[in-house]
Design a protein around this ligand. Structure first.
Ligand code: PGA
Length: 247
């Protein structure tokens, strides 16, 4: 199974659902539709309406993050995994570099992952090295730490997806070389097999994925799909990524 996950970030108002309606209509008729899933993570403000609309249809709705405490609390502006689940989300991203850079710690990320899973949300756990970490040849050690400090064998691995997003690639138009990406994906899967006793969860790539480069990634069989930012805000661009991947 492949995954095409659209991360809208700070984008969208109620009317923006029209973008997803177009993607859904392509997806419903696509001859390859049984080979992949489409998940979109709009901002919190739109989760309830979009989940209600797409219930029983092809697209699945998720959240972009969740708070590190569950239920209700007195933390202003926080949204718990329980609250996200209650409005119909089925997935949540955790550990996106935008949020890590605002101070998410491994401890917070562990709590987010375990509370999201407790609420039966599938977690898309994001990892990735920064530009300077790459330059200093620390990519593998950074990824290993991000995986091992947050995931452990007690977690239900079929409810975890890992998204590898090099920070220097997000929104920059730069992508890793095929060779590097293949090596890194294999390395991530090796660490994950170690954590989960033999079988790795799906590993996606994210960072400047578009309709022009999605076909290149197809050659790397180890990549189970994509986390797509910028290009997920346009139905045409998002559909092109899928079309060109399967062409
Ligand atoms: P991008 O973002 O596709 O715009 O590079 C990816 C992400 O941040 O998830």
């Amino acid at each position: 199974m492949r995954y095409f996950i659209g991360n809208w970030k700070m984008f969208g108002v109620p009317n923006s659902i029209n973008i997803l309606k177009k993607i859904n209509s392509f997806y419903s008729k696509d001859k390859n539709r049984n080979k992949y899933r489409v998940i979109v993570t709009p901002p919190y403000t739109l989760i309830q309406a979009y989940s209600a609309y797409f219930k029983g249809k092809k697209i699945t709705i998720g959240a972009q993050n969740c708070y590190q405490k569950d239920g209700f609390s007195s933390d202003t502006a926080a949204v718990s995994p329980y609250m996200i689940k209650s409005v119909g989300a089925e997935y949540t991203l955790v550990g996106h570099s935008d949020n890590r850079s605002e101070g998410e710690t491994d401890f917070m990320l562990r709590n987010k992952v375990s509370l999201a899973l407790k609420n039966n949300l599938t977690v898309v756990y994001c990892i990735g090295e920064s530009k300077s970490e790459k330059k200093n040849k620390r990519t593998f050690s950074v990824l290993k730490r991000q995986l091992k400090k947050v995931l452990d064998k007690k977690i239900k691995k079929n409810k975890i997806i890992v998204a590898y997003e090099p920070v220097w690639s997000i929104g920059s138009g730069k992508i890793p070389t095929s060779d590097d990406l293949k090596k890194t994906t294999l390395y991530i899967k090796k660490i994950l097999r170690g954590i989960f006793k033999g079988k790795s969860p799906a590993v996606l790539y994210g960072g400047s994925v578009n309709g022009e480069n999605s076909a290149l990634f197809k050659k790397i069989k180890e990549i189970d799909g994509f986390l797509i930012g910028g290009a997920s805000k346009s139905s045409k661009k998002f559909i092109d990524i899928i079309k060109n991947y399967y062409r």
